[in-house]
Design a protein around this ligand. Structure first.
Ligand SMILES: Cc1cc2nc3c(=O)[nH]c(=O)nc-3n(C[C@H](O)[C@H](O)[C@H](O)COP(=O)(O)O)c2cc1C
Length: 199
């Protein structure tokens, strides 16, 4: 059986990005717990012209591919920087193209970074309702980190998460997401098995 595909989609508009680092750190924790196929995308991967598209048919190919990946993933890890108290505009613009029925029951973990703690609950008041709209299976632990929770990695201006509290929340969220992924894979196996033996 192929490995469950976990797609990380992050709303950062620049690289290096703390938000992408946080979402990838959660992906790595999931990868430590179970064999998964991890794929990472951000707004820069969506390509130029994506911001002006109004219909899915108008999307540049790279953006259309990301949406296909999100819709067909076995699980999602989403991340975004906080801009003016919420997710970035282009993060929402991409999610606006996702078919409303394609995230139903999909395991989703939420992450975000901000300048400080003022908007730490943004994961709860902005990201959680957005994925609730899609009837996704959102894990209970969302992970928010502020700039002070990172230190420079010395790797082309990159960052690593250093705060022990954030690492503990990543651990929790990864545990919850992995459990949902395994459960879903188990159910799929149980449903698929009789059909295979009948052939
Ligand atoms: C246009 C803009 C708006 C921002 N608004 C907020 C905000 O409302 N609250 C906050 O905590 N941080 C805010 N920030 C800070 C970023 O969320 C923070 O630096 C974040 O970690 C950047 O993530 P990135 O490295 O992935 O780009 C803002 C930054 C920018 C550029």
């Amino acid at each position: 059986m192929s490995r469950p595909r976990v797609v990380i989609f992050c709303g950062n508009l620049r690289r290096p990005s703390r938000s992408r680092v946080l979402a990838e750190a959660l992906g790595a924790e999931v990868g430590r717990r179970a064999p998964v196929d991890l794929r990472v995308y951000d707004i820069l991967d969506a390509g130029p012209g994506f911001g002006s598209a109004l219909a899915r048919a108008d999307l540049p190919l790279p953006a259309a591919r990301i949406i296909d990946e999100i819709e067909s993933a076995d699980a999602l890890i989403v991340g975004t920087p906080v801009y003016k108290g919420a997710y970035t505009g282009l993060f929402k613009h991409l999610i606006d193209f996702v078919d409303p029925g394609r995230l139903t029951d999909k395991p989703v973990a939420l992450t975000a970074t901000g300048g400080g703690l003022r908007h730490a609950l943004m994961v709860e008041y902005a990201l959680r309702p957005l994925f609730g709209f899609f009837a996704a299976l959102i894990v209970p632990t969302a992970v928010y980190a502020s700039e002070a929770d990172f230190k420079e990695s010395g790797d082309e201006g990159g960052h690593i998460v250093t705060d022990a509290g954030i690492r503990a929340r990543l651990d929790c969220a990864a545990h919850e997401l992995t459990r949902l992924i395994s459960k879903r894979a188990g159910v799929a196996e149980a449903v698929i098995q009789p059909a295979r033996t009948a052939q």
